[in-house]
Design a protein around this ligand. Structure first.
Ligand code: AMP
Length: 544
């Protein structure tokens, strides 16, 4: 029997309409590229997004055309999300930290019709002159007073504020198919060329609804949310859609992501919730320690993108800030797992509670997970058995843009994440490694993430990477490479001693290198392939 409920499509424009109608005077505060802090609200954002939609269509863009963005977190970037998606175009967020050749490749592959860039990124675009594919205009996200001269070899530069001023705000958002694309983001892949993930209106709205839940970001009309995670990396984890959905105040940090700048903005605006990768929180915590600052209104931070070290959770919680460890991927919108305790965990002692909090979390409703062994069988949910983590759900990619033939899933209907994981009887998943990074020593697994977490819990260690090095006797052995905190001194023996009693003896790396810095991907993850190349030659390393 067919049900008799209204078939109202889930569209991102409806989120903004709702925010403008019921939370019109709720603030959106951005640190601008030009310098000053800018203040607006949801009603004004809606008006400007409608002007922008008209301006984009006037440039000749048609349904499904891509609008590229090279921009920090700001109200203008937010307007672009809604104007492009809402008008039936696709907002293609480009990660400016990728190599210039990759950026040119992505712009060409996405066939971006227009690029919208912060002033900061104009030199980058000038370096790509002549390689911008179908781009017919570059909209500079600034006002007339800050417009730069037209550089040679680039498509015409247009002034964002002038374009908006020239349009009327009476645009009606079209009734689109909820399965049509509204966003595009390329993976920052540690190996291989970046691949495009096309988000739909439906997937973005459902994902945002999941983000707001108490056991996820816990957002409501009284929240003040600051996405530190960039809007060019998986839609800032859905916050640009989730915050307006519930009428939360939004605080956008712009280009300045150091501890001092983040803290200043947080304190001034009463930020209660923030989200970002561990590297950002490491900088923030170090700055807090040096200056004896307090976290103010900050109550909760979501940490993910790479494993959140246990010691980071410990330090934040000691300040009264609860940590939500979460797991996700570009292909999963990104949220799939979030770590909130269950009622039965209330009595856990502090060490056991931290152990639990350091896991990546439980599946959100809407994202299903399986862990398969090499033969394709589900491994037991005992918290110990490892396997390949698979996921499926309405906000998980089914294929990559332009690679529709090679569907993104390995087993029918399931997306292969490329992570190795365990799950316990309560559904808590621990990520052990990327499939290609896992260390197999004498036929047994060693988790590089577990070893890295122990290394960074040493007060003198700033960052640590563990990779497999070939070994004649054991097949592979772990090699630890560490970067020390500025001014700290420590030798390999002292690092090794720190592992004693914290992990099985045969897991302890016999080779430990202390280096100045480690290579990272454009999203701040360790570039393990490069670290192996640099340090993991068998001849240079002893057998245990
Ligand atoms: P990306 O698509 O660039 O966001 O990268 C996704 C990958 O980041 C995942 O497949 C994981 O390997 C890793 N990742 C994300 N969140 C976590 C986390 N909380 N712990 C460990 N690895 C993570």
């Amino acid at each position: 029997m067919r049900a008799l409920m209204m078939d109202v499509p889930l569209l991102v424009s409806r989120i903004l309409l709702h925010a403008a109608e019921y939370h019109g005077d709720t603030a959106i505060v951005s640190r601008s590229v030009e310098g000053p802090v800018h203040r607006t609200d949801y009603a004004t954002l809606h008006e400007r997004a409608r002007r922008l939609a008209r301006a984009l269509l006037r440039l000749g863009l048609e349904a499904g055309d891509r609008v590229g963005t090279l921009a920090w977190n700001s109200h203008r970037h937010l307007e672009l999300y809604y104007a492009a998606g809402g008008a039936g175009l696709v907002c293609h967020t480009i990660n400016p930290r990728l190599f210039p050749e990759q950026i040119a490749g992505i712009i060409g592959h996405a066939e971006d019709g227009v690029l919208c860039a912060d002033l900061t990124f104009l030199p980058l675009l000038e370096g790509l002159a002549g390689r911008l594919g179908a781009v017919r205009a570059v909209i500079v996200l600034t006002d007339e007073a800050h417009m730069p001269p037209q550089p040679a070899g680039l498509p015409p530069l247009l002034c964002y504020e002038d374009l908006l001023a020239a349009e009327a705000p009476d645009y009606d958002w079209p009734e689109l198919d909820e399965r049509s694309a509204c966003g595009l983001c390329y993976t920052s892949g540690t190996t291989g060329a970046p691949k495009g993930v096309l988000y739909s209106h439906r997937s973005s709205v459902l994902h945002a609804m999941a983000c707001c839940q108490p056991d996820v970001f816990d957002l409501g009309a009284a929240s003040v949310a600051m996405p530190v995670v960039p809007m060019f990396h998986v839609n800032a984890w859905g916050l640009p859609f989730a915050a307006p959905m519930v009428g939360a105040k939004l605080v956008m940090p712009g280009p300045r992501l150091d501890g001092a700048s983040l803290h200043e903005l947080m304190a001034a605006e009463g930020v209660t919730f923030s989200a970002g990768v561990p590297t950002v929180w490491m900088g923030f915590l170090d700055w807090m320690r040096e200056t004896d600052a307090t976290p103010g209104a900050l109550r909760r931070v979501a940490i993910g993108g790479s494993a959140c070290p246990r010691v980071m959770i410990e330090r934040l919680e000691a300040m009264g800030v609860s940590v939500l460890h979460a797991w996700g991927m570009t292909e999963t919108s990104p949220l799939g797992l979030a770590n909130a305790p269950k009622a039965k965990h209330a009595g856990l002692d502090p060490a056991a509670r931290l152990d639990l909090a350091a896991r990546q979390g439980r599946p959100l409703f809407g994202a299903s997970f399986r862990i398969l062994d090499d033969a394709g069988r589900d491994v037991p949910r005992d918290g110990r058995s490892f396997g390949r983590l698979m996921t499926r759900g309405p906000w998980v990619a089914s294929a990559y843009h332009g690679l529709e033939e090679s569907a993104a899933h390995a087993e029918a209907g399931w997306f292969e994440t490329g992570d190795v994981a365990t799950m316990d009887a309560d559904g808590y998943v621990s990520i052990v490694d990327r499939t290609k990074d896992v260390i197999k020593s004498g036929g047994e697994w060693i988790s590089s993430i577990a070893l890295e977490n122990i290394a960074v819990s040493h007060p003198a260690v700033q960052e640590a990477a563990v990779v497999a090095r070939p070994d004649a006797r054991w097949g592979e052995r772990p090699l630890l490479v560490v970067v020390l905190r500025p001014g700290a001194s420590l030798d390999a023996e002292a690092v090794r001693a720190h592992f004693e009693g914290r992990v099985a003896r045969w897991w302890i790396p016999e080779t430990i290198r202390i280096v100045e810095e480690l290579p990272h991907t454009a999203t701040g993850k360790l570039l393990k392939a490069r670290i192996r190349e640099l340090y993991a030659r068998e001849a240079d390393n002893p057998s245990p």
